[in-house]
Design a protein around this ligand. Structure first.
Ligand code: PMH
Length: 385
């Protein structure tokens, strides 16, 4: 447990008990034999990769998935022994490092396998073949491509086909036609694989949406990302609510300055806001360099359990809010999360910014210390500055 000190008055609270809750909700919904990959790429969707990975494994996840080899190696160096998959493309020359760290890699090009300097492999290279059944991003699309890759794998005893996987593009939408089309393509490719490949390979397909909505259709493993963090993948799934979720991320600061401003005074860069009457104005030490971007001007956040609007332009490190009354310096400001009966949900921020909830915690920058809370106690503080 590291307790790095930090000296700023802003922090993200990451509730590990809620990660535990969310995984257990999904666990209860899945078939018993379905395994779970905890998706902890992008620093655990901004929540902290090592902390979330450790919690997820303790709560019933079996394996970890990231996007970059660097992310996988960071987890390994932290002492995590669970299987780790890199779901993105890595450079062929980096396969050696992947095998050294016992990290499984994603493969979908025969040329990629041809370029591996196999004599340098110290351990077998664990391969997950990616199938593009309709996402159109990475992956093989035909049985010919599959055959070519299988031939390459057969050429070297240190190439080990551990799994095949695919990713759904629309599993979070009420309309299921495209999802079912992807499933059909997956099954067609699987039929072929079973004919030409005698060994057992794992199959993983579902993301949060597919695994929560169609648990009975899932294969050996699912890959649980956004909903592990307590967010629904879309409005459709939120309305359907296949399982209960608790958000793990909240963002807080304190008022560092409070003043009464006369009518007709302007605030912040560009003087875009002018008080229409005598107003109480508070200053919050958070800005766009923290990922609290300028487009959030006008968004309402919480002081004293009440919504208070951001006024004037958001600066790099500070912004102002219009307060309904005088508050003392040090009053807690909640930018995301609950205060008394009120809540600013990650979905509210996303909606205001015309984006998806996934993007919000990912963009809260390294400058914001992450405080980890479990069973009501602070268990770790990480300051990445
Ligand atoms: N598997 C793959 C291959 C992914 O890219 C993602 C998320 C997940 C699983 C987890 O999905 P979930 O968070 O919906 O559960 N990937 C991305 C992405 O590339 N952009 O947004 C989410």
């Amino acid at each position: 447990m590291s307790q790095e000190p930090y000296y700023r008055d802003t922090w993200a609270e990451i509730n590990l008990s809620n990660i535990d809750f969310n995984i257990k909700q999904l666990r209860n919904r899945l078939k018993e034999e379905t395994g779970i990959y905890a998706v902890v790429k992008a620093n655990g969707y901004g929540h902290g990769d090592i902390q979330i990975a450790e919690q997820a494994l303790e709560s019933g996840a079996d394996r970890l998935a990231v996007s970059l080899l660097d992310e996988a190696i960071k987890l390994r160096r932290s002492g995590i022994n669970a299987p780790i998959l890199v779901m993105g493309w890595i450079r062929p020359q980096d396969a050696i490092a992947a095998s050294e760290y016992d990290v499984a890699v994603t493969v979908f090009q025969k040329e990629w396998l041809e370029q591996i300097e196999t004599e340098k492999l110290k351990n077998p290279l664990k391969i997950h073949m990616k199938w593009d059944t309709g996402m159109g991003r990475i992956g093989i699309r035909t049985t010919d491509e599959m055959d070519e890759i299988l031939q390459e794998i057969n050429k070297h005893p240190d190439f080990k086909l551990d799994a095949i996987f695919t990713h759904f593009a629309t599993a979070d939408e009420e309309e299921t036609a495209y999802f079912l089309k992807q499933e059909r393509r997956l099954d067609e490719l699987l039929n072929h694989l079973q004919k030409v490949w005698p060994e057992d390979v794992d199959i993983h397909s579902g993301n949060s949406a597919a695994s929560m909505r169609f648990p009975e259709r899932m294969k050996q493993f699912i890959r649980f990302g956004i909903s592990m963090y307590g967010m629904y993948p879309s409005g459709d799934v939120k309305r359907e609510k296949p399982i209960e979720l608790k958000p793990a991320f909240s963002l807080h600061s304190h008022l560092i300055h409070v003043k009464k401003v006369p009518a007709g005074e302007s605030l912040s860069y560009g003087a875009t806001y002018t008080t229409s009457e005598e107003e109480w104005i508070g200053t919050v030490p958070v800005g766009y360099a923290d990922g609290w971007i300028r487009k959030l001007q006008g968004f309402e956040i919480l002081v004293d359990g009440k919504k208070q609007p951001i006024v004037g332009r958001i600066c790099m490190d500070q912004f102002m809010i219009r307060l309904d009354q005088e508050y003392s310096i040090g009053s807690t400001v909640t930018l995301i999360g609950k205060q008394k009966e009120e809540e600013v949900h990650m979905d509210d921020v996303a909606e205001y910014l015309e984006t998806i909830n996934y993007e919000i915690p990912c963009t809260i920058s390294y400058r914001v210390p992450r405080m980890y809370v479990k069973n009501g106690h602070i268990v770790e503080v990480e300051n990445a500055v």
